[in-house]
Design a protein around this ligand. Structure first.
Ligand code: IPE
Ligand code: IPE
Ligand code: MG
Length: 239
């Protein structure tokens, strides 16, 4: 399927809150983890669509700083699925000239997954056509507090003065320092909230929601979201 939206009307950065994996599985009398497996396949499929349409930045919320509250089995299963999926995704990223970026507090995730991420980030580092970002043990509040700590430390070390702290310089301390703010946020599963995703970065992002569960989200849905996005008038506080 090709997209009939002019390139300048397409979002450059789409962020996804991939929600509803568990309910998708439960609806089919399957264990929740099967929903996560299916959800991981959708990340690959949707990314390929994005590459084909020339959308340079795609960001996926895979695990939040709050998701540790889930049963241990589910958390462990999710980490395994992430490990396998990142490995499987690698060749497609390289083929398409896309870098992998991971944001979040990686020091708290299992070491095998930390190693996998390091390897794949390194192997995709020459990609110059776009960035796929996976938010893993990520929270918007964590991101802002980490940025504050780094900036405070730079102030103490006199690398930056208080006067030099501005919205622009602060952005460089966030985990998304090399990404533009998302143009479009898509959340599946009929929930209408941000759930501590990119709090700072979503300030002027267009929001799009669907009742579909993430494993059912497809190219047609992405197209619908982009078509609606293309028709919106972004004012950024102006007229
Ligand atoms: C989203 O699906 C994936 C993660 C949060 C890891 P959920 O697991 O939240 O699925 P539901 O919301 O329980 O259906
Ligand atoms: C948001 O989904 C986090 C991810 C998609 C990784 P949740 O299912 O954790 O969000 P809540 O708990 O419904 O707000
Ligand atoms: Mg959920």
């Amino acid at each position: 399927m090709e997209i009939e939206i002019p390139k300048d009307k397409l979002p450059k950065h789409i962020a996804f809150i991939m929600d509803g994996n568990g309910r998708w599985a439960q609806q089919r009398m399957l264990p929740r983890i099967m929903g996560h497996r299916e959800g991981a396949l959708v990340v690959e499929r949707i990314s390929e669509v994005g590459f084909r349409w020339g959308i340079p930045y795609l960001t996926f919320f895979a695990f939040s700083t709050e998701n540790w509250k889930r049963p241990r089995d589910e958390v462990e299963g999710l980490m395994r699925i992430l490990d396998e999926s990142i490995d499987k995704f690698k060749n497609k990223l390289i083929e398409n000239g896309i870098k992998l970026k991971v944001i979040g507090n990686i020091s708290e995730i299992p070491s095998y997954l930390q190693e996998r991420i390091k390897r794949v980030v390194n192997e995709t580092k020459y990609g110059s056509r776009g960035i796929v970002t996976v938010a893993l043990n990520y929270g918007g509040r964590w991101d802002i507090v980490s940025a504050c700590k780094k900036i405070a430390s730079d102030v103490i070390e006199k690398k930056i003065s208080l006067e030099e702290i501005s919205i622009e310089s602060f952005c460089k301390y966030l985990s998304t320092y090399d990404l533009p703010d998302p143009d479009l946020l898509i959340r599946t599963s009929g929930e209408y909230r941000i759930s501590n995703f990119l709090l700072w970065q979503l300030a002027y992002t267009e929001l799009w929601f669907t009742n579909k569960y993430w494993p059912d989200f497809n190219e047609e849905d992405l197209k619908q979201a982009c078509l609606e996005y293309a028709q919106r008038k972004r004012r950024f506080g102006g007229l």
